[in-house]
Design a protein around this ligand. Structure first.
Ligand SMILES: Nc1ncnc2c1ncn2[C@@H]1O[C@H](COP(=O)(O)OP(=O)(O)OP(=O)(O)O)[C@@H](O)[C@H]1O
Length: 345
């Protein structure tokens, strides 16, 4: 890999295909997409649609049948598989921590294998435990059995980041956690990602998680077909076909409101609303809708950062945004949805 150190790498899937031996058809069929360096791409789709296979072709736990995957321009097939895996962080649902090793020793595994000097390993491990919210003084000497599930998952993330890999692969990393812990660790991971900006492929079953975590979402359907690869906002507001629309769910209008801000709207003129406390233009349409309902008003003033009223938001404007729009024809993914039910397994 050309790029190591504090960096991220572009990942290019180039007609990547996997046919398992004896299988009637491909698990991943001609997957082409580019994940820009530093972004989080969520792979979403029903059970068996090839998400895990697509992910594990990147670190060669599964070998490609045809096509190619390149990390910063270098084909994974040209790289020694063991070395490749050491340079790619990998986090799975049931994180496999070594039970007889302390948390510090677990996180130190890959840097030690890579032959880092002792002081450097120790500093790195402490920095990472701090970063994932487990102060090393308190947690470093514990064993995995002495942590909660959420804490173990954070150790898994720290371990995957230990050698500063340019790429992170995460396969339903928070799937086994209760909803509250899950939400917290999602937030923590996003904060962490702001700091370390690794290119991250993230498998999920959950549309809400995908919208929250993804810079882009790749939606797969049975047979390992990529149906739509787009920003969360585009997936929610312009699903490419019925399959995506049904997968996204009936409340997609509401979800879309959490992505748009008042500043993005063509507001009605200032002065058209009652003289009440204004909403900040940085608020989401979802928040604005709640405020409108709470105040039983059909319009509220909107203010800029200096508190100056710049316009008026109305219920009709928000309603129009929530209802917008239907699938657009001018889209790069061609798809034929078939009778799939879009159920999330
Ligand atoms: N080792 C294997 N040998 C043969 N077939 C496999 C193997 N692994 C997966 N498959 C098949 O490949 C297809 C895609 O599986 P994959 O695990 O990639 O899907 P997925 O979208 O990650 O599913 P899930 O959400 O249920 O984990 C499925 O039909 C599956 O049965």
């Amino acid at each position: 890999m050309a790029n190591q150190g504090h960096s991220a790498a572009e990942i290019v899937f180039d007609r990547a295909t996997k046919v398992y031996r004896g299988a009637p058809g491909p698990a991943v069929d001609g997957l082409s997409m580019t994940v820009p360096a530093g972004e989080i791409c969520v792979l979403l789709g029903p059970s068996g649609s090839g998400k895990t296979t697509a992910l594990t072709m990147v670190n060669r736990l599964v070998e490609l049948t045809s096509g190619d995957i390149r990390i910063d321009g270098v084909s994974v097939g040209e790289q020694d598989a063991t070395g490749l895996r050491r340079r790619i962080g990998y986090v799975i649902q049931q994180i496999g921590l070594f039970p007889h090793m302390t948390i510090e020793e677990n996180v130190a595994t890959v840097p030690q294998v890579l032959g880092w000097k002792r002081d450097r390993v120790r500093d790195r491990v402490r920095e990472l435990l701090d970063l994932v919210g487990l102060p090393p003084r308190e947690y470093g000497g514990r064993y995995p059995a002495q942590l909660s599930g959420g804490q173990r998952q954070r150790v898994g993330i720290a371990r995957a980041l230990a050698a500063d890999p340019p790429v992170m692969l995460m396969d339903e990393p928070f799937g086994a956690l209760d909803p509250i812990t899950r939400e917290r660790i999602q937030d923590e991971f996003l904060r962490l990602h702001e700091q370390v900006r690794k290119t991250t492929l993230f498998v999920s079953h959950d549309m809400d998680e995908a919208v929250k975590m993804g810079d882009r979402i790749a939606i797969f359907r049975e047979g390992g077909h990529l149906v739509q690869y787009d920003t969360p906002e585009r997936i929610l507001t312009a699903p490419v076909d019925d399959f995506v629309a049904r997968f996204v769910g009936a409340d997609r209008g509401l979800k879309a409101l959490t992505l748009r801000r008042l500043a993005d709207l063509a507001l009605e003129p200032a002065g058209a609303a009652p003289d009440t406390a204004p909403l900040a233009a940085t608020e989401t349409l979802h928040t604005a809708l709640s405020a409108l309902m709470a105040s039983s008003a059909d319009r509220l003033p909107v203010a800029d950062g200096d508190g100056r009223v710049v316009g008026t938001v109305t219920l009709d404007l928000i309603r129009a945004e929530a209802g917008r729009p239907s699938p657009d024809e001018d889209h790069r993914a061609e798809a034929d949805a078939g009778p799939a039910d879009g159920e999330v397994a």
